[in-house]
Design a protein around this ligand. Structure first.
Ligand SMILES: *[C@@H]1O[C@H](CO)[C@@H](O)[C@H](O)[C@H]1NC(C)=O
Ligand SMILES: *[C@@H]1O[C@H](CO)[C@@H](O)[C@H](O)[C@H]1NC(C)=O
Ligand SMILES: *[C@@H]1O[C@H](CO)[C@@H](O)[C@H](O)[C@H]1NC(C)=O
Ligand SMILES: *[C@@H]1O[C@H](CO)[C@@H](O)[C@H](O)[C@H]1NC(C)=O
Ligand SMILES: *[C@@H]1O[C@H](CO)[C@@H](O)[C@H](O)[C@H]1NC(C)=O
Length: 438
């Protein structure tokens, strides 16, 4: 067995282990990512308190997409919600014991959702009413927050008597998050708008929610395919990369679609309506090594939506590739380097330009977004050999995508490979340019 072949096997084994999604809620590309819920008690009432609940999304690239978050908890005692501003409990529950003033919600385990944009001003507070959509920290920290206010009754009216709500659950919008116990923390300090006075919450507690892809879904939700100018083979997504369980229901082609009733309305059990593919993923990310210049090389990225029932709003793409530390130009997408650790500068976040391509439309002719990147070669590391030009990891909307095995990455032609070493550099450049022509 040659050394190359041996390395290939080792790499396949390693990458196989790495493609198994992490069971623990720890993401090496976003080690501090979490969603923090903070309850600030801002006043006591005759039988309880008024609190502002603030949700901060500290995850670099996992946003909360439409139809938005759903937050639940279990009251520790017999609390009720008298009223809410900027959000609502979806179910009032049994308030039959109350006369006169009827609470907004009497359930032991209220479930709360954000209000829609455009509700009357008297139902709004700052950072509310975005239909539960929250940007990721990496995309837009100012939009990575969501707030509402609630007035709680029958809870007691002092720090000593109030009991913290329990068993928090967060859907964002699907499953995947696990929330900690509520914990009393140092009271939040608020600065007055002119910055000349500070006020303080009467009591503050917070809850930390972390994401695990394994909890979110049994199978990956996206896959990666590859091609290059130096090899006519297209490396497809792995077969059944996202599980083939929906294969019977899939749509063979766009033209067959009109015969399916209710395409635009989500199914009851929320299973996606997919175009039939060999990978059966709702999302495919294609990485094409497009052009070789003398000091630079060029990559084309295409993200394709195969789900007929979902528009991806504010989508994000994360790529890990050693040359991203020398990225020179990015067309049509916004790019931000992610540096989870000081020493690591090989990971980047891409997302769409507002009102241009931040919406990845449902499957069909318009169901894709594209970008091209120009990367500067680093003489010490750059090579087209052994699939170096392809990404190490790809995430779409915060979920890791299934990659082909490294031995299936488009390889340099063997014959040319030996010849290239003897061909002068300039000739090689023109040869590769020529090969890159459409
Ligand atoms: C949650 O995220 C914030 C911001 O990144 C970080 O400061 C905090 O330590 C995180 N908390 C946990 C428990 O991971
Ligand atoms: C709250 O969570 C704990 C631990 O997970 C569980 O034992 C308990 O039954 C839950 N309580 C309610 C009311 O859901
Ligand atoms: C996706 O967006 C388009 C245009 O905004 C809209 O016509 C279509 O109904 C949407 N599809 C779904 C499944 O929401
Ligand atoms: C990482 O790379 C980006 C893109 O080239 C650069 O702008 C940034 O300064 C680098 N950061 C570090 C910490 O090296
Ligand atoms: C293209 O790449 C594949 C996969 O690495 C390899 O098997 C094949 O030999 C390459 N094609 C040519 C023409 O070299």
């Amino acid at each position: 067995m040659t050394f190359d072949k041996y390395m290939c096997l080792v790499l396949s084994a390693v990458s196989f282990i790495l493609t198994i999604p992490h069971a623990a809620a720890y993401d090496p590309l976003d080690p501090n990512g979490n969603i923090t819920l903070k309850w600030d008690v801002i006043s006591w009432t005759s039988d309880g308190y008024v609190a502002v609940v603030t949700t901060n999304n500290f995850q670099m690239y996992r946003h909360i997409m439409s139809p938005g978050w759903t937050l639940g908890w279990v009251w520790a005692k017999k609390e009720v919600i008298w009223s809410m501003v900027g959000a609502q409990a979806v179910d009032q529950g049994d308030c039959s014991k109350f006369k006169g003033n009827i609470p907004h919600c009497c359930k032991k385990n209220p479930t709360v959702v954000d209000l829609l944009p455009g509700v009357p001003y008297n139902q709004q507070i700052a950072n509310c009413c975005k239909a539960g959509v929250v940007a990721s920290w990496g995309q837009d920290p100012s939009a990575a927050v969501s707030s509402f206010q609630l007035s709680v009754g029958r809870s007691g009216t002092s720090n000593k008597i109030v009991r913290l709500p329990k068993n928090f659950t967060l859907l964002g919008p699907g499953p995947g998050y696990t929330c900690s116990q509520a914990k009393i923390v140092r009271s939040t300090v608020f600065n007055s708008p002119d910055g000349r006075r500070k006020t303080q919450a009467l009591m503050t507690w917070n809850v930390i929610c972390t994401y695990s892809q394994l909890l979110a879904s049994r199978y990956p939700t996206c896959c990666v395919s590859m091609s290059s100018f130096y090899n006519s083979t297209i490396t497809p997504c792995p077969t059944c990369a996202c599980g083939c369980r929906d294969k019977k229901k899939c749509i063979v082609s766009d033209s067959k679609l009109s015969s399916v009733v209710g395409t635009h309305t989500p199914t009851k059990d929320n299973t996606p309506l997919l175009q039939c593919t060999q990978h059966m993923c709702p999302i495919r990310v294609h990485w094409h090594v497009k052009t070789n210049y003398k000091q630079y090389w060029r990559v084309k990225i295409t993200i394709t939506n195969f789900n007929y029932q979902l528009n991806y709003t504010q989508w994000t793409l994360v790529v890990e590739h050693p040359n991203l530390n020398h990225i020179t130009e990015v067309f049509s997408f916004v790019y931000k380097p992610l540096t989870p650790y000081q020493s690591k500068n090989d990971t980047g976040l891409f997302y769409g330009i507002k009102f241009y391509n931040d919406l990845l439309k449902e499957a069909g002719p318009e169901g894709n977004v594209q970008s091209e990147l120009i990367l500067e070669k680093n003489a010490n590391t750059f090579t087209f050999k052994e699939g170096w030009g392809f990404p190490r990891k790809v995430y779409f909307n915060g979920d890791e995508c299934m990659m082909p095995q490294p031995d299936e990455f488009p390889g340099l032609p063997n014959a040319a490979h030996t010849n290239l070493i003897t061909v002068p550099k300039l000739a090689l450049f023109w040869l590769l340019m020529f090969l890159a022509l459409p």
